[in-house]
Design a protein around this ligand. Structure first.
Ligand SMILES: [Zn+2]
Ligand SMILES: [Zn+2]
Length: 439
């Protein structure tokens, strides 16, 4: 139970560091078929003290371009030639957040003061859970097939359960309480109105999403090749958006099955007991309300677009040199750039624990939702150059209708992870806001 302040001495929690910013490492992109891993011979890029994580950098002998604008080196690159729709964008570089984290900490050492748990979170969770319980109670005698039931499930239930999904995300990073066990227990409680036990399994997969962003077969946020092939058309993409909660629920178990842990079993037991209690005391309508709310939250709900992410249409195909406007919205590629994480800074963040500030969140998973804006304000030279999404509903709309964006619009990397997976490793050695190590 180390105090949060100790984080400053444990930057390894967030992965290693790179000596060179991404701009100096170039960012080779290849179409895969065969070859993401085979074509380039890695050149040592720097005096990095972590040679095993050094980026692959062909053309290193070239003189790095001088940068004229502050933060220019952090802006995304144009993908050339244009990505075809039959494959993902295969990258040879490492994920971008680690090196930006290092650079921000160097430029603004005080950033570590923003890390640590946020006491407010538990009250928000309690309030939203109460709203859901009350609405489920109110609808206990309302017919399932009635406009009132579905309207409340969409407006109140969808919003509340989306908020709860993101509360569990926040708690997954150990940001609601100081202690890891308290966070786990609270996540199991927050899970209740969702109706399906997911919090403890999500925690395991989400840690990998951060640590191995984009790695094929490890980061289960990535669509599989089968999804790419089957969901190519606008209709397919609309189907995906409508049922995305099922994709996110089922994909991890198919792509990367993990053994259930004791905590997963506790999560399931508590949830199923709660469900039984609801059915027994309030009846099936209330139980169906919880489940329908979860579906609405992960369907065509204004807040659901954070799963994805789109580029503003006026972005041009040059490096983004000025402050530009903005889960389809989080990690999908838009506008022909290789930027794999997108932020959204609009008003819907209020309902969603600021998950729109996703660049910031991946850079510093140990900073809670209430302080992500401070991070952005602290390091504007890093964030203002990054394109962001002006609207979440707009992201969903563009994802479906823009023929240049689809399931293929993701950066993938060949996994370097050894089989046998340590999953973050280490028992009980460290509490960590950020949660990137299993405890
Ligand atoms: Zn993410
Ligand atoms: Zn996260």
């Amino acid at each position: 139970m180390a105090p949060v302040n100790d984080l400053r001495t444990r930057f390894d929690l967030f992965g290693g560091v790179e000596e060179l910013p991404p701009s100096l490492r170039h960012r080779p992109m290849v179409r895969s078929d065969s070859s993401a891993s085979s074509t380039e011979s890695p050149a040592s890029t720097s005096e990095s003290d972590e040679p095993d994580t050094a980026a692959t950098t062909p053309g290193l002998d070239e003189v790095p371009r001088p940068f004229k604008f502050p933060g220019e080196q952090w802006a995304p690159n144009v993908v050339e030639p244009k990505q075809d729709h039959g494959d993902f964008l295969w990258a040879l570089n490492e994920e971008p957040h680690r090196s930006r984290r290092k650079a921000i900490m160097k430029a603004h050492p005080e950033v570590t003061k923003l890390m640590g748990h946020e006491p407010l979170t538990k009250y928000v969770v309690l309030f939203v859970t109460l709203v859901q319980f009350s609405t489920a109670f109110y609808l206990r005698d309302t017919a399932f097939f009635s406009w009132k039931f579905w309207l409340l499930a969409y407006v109140i239930g969808g919003t509340a359960n989306q908020n709860t999904f993101l509360a569990v995300h926040e708690i997954t990073h150990n940001l609601a309480f100081r202690g890891v066990r308290a966070n786990r227990l609270f996540a199991i409680f927050a899970n209740l109105p969702i109706g399906v036990p997911f919090a403890m399994m999500f925690k395991r997969y989400h840690i990998e999403h951060h640590k191995f962003l984009g790695e094929d077969g490890i980061d289960t946020d990535l669509p599989s090749r089968l999804e790419l092939l089957v969901l190519k058309t606008a209709l397919g993409k609309a189907f995906f958006c409508f049922f995305q909660i099922f994709f996110y629920a089922l994909r991890p178990g198919i792509v990367r099955p993990l053994q259930p842990t004791r905590w997963v079993a506790i999560n399931a037991t508590v949830q199923l007991s709660f469900n039984a209690l609801v059915v027994k005391t309030l009846g099936w309508n209330s139980m169906l309300y919880f489940l329908l709310s979860s579906h609405m939250a992960g369907s065509l709900h204004p807040c659901a677009a954070h799963f994805a992410s789109l580029p503003p249409s006026h972005l041009r195909r040059e490096r983004a040199l000025t402050a530009l406007l903005a889960q389809i919205a989080e990690h999908y590629l838009f506008e022909g750039h290789d930027q794999e994480t997108w932020s959204y800074y609009g008003p819907l963040n209020i309902l969603c624990y600021n998950v729109g500030l996703h660049q910031e969140h991946h850079d510093f998973p140990a900073i809670p939702w209430t302080r992500l804006w401070k991070l952005k304000a602290l390091a504007p030279e890093f964030y203002d150059v990054l394109p962001s999404h002006p609207s979440w509903p707009g992201v969903t709309w563009r994802f479906i209708t823009d023929s240049d964006v689809g399931m293929w619009s993701r950066v993938k990397r060949k996994s370097k992870k050894p089989s046998g997976d340590e999953g973050g490793g280490g028992e009980g050695k460290m509490v960590n806001a950020g949660g990137l190590k299993d405890e």
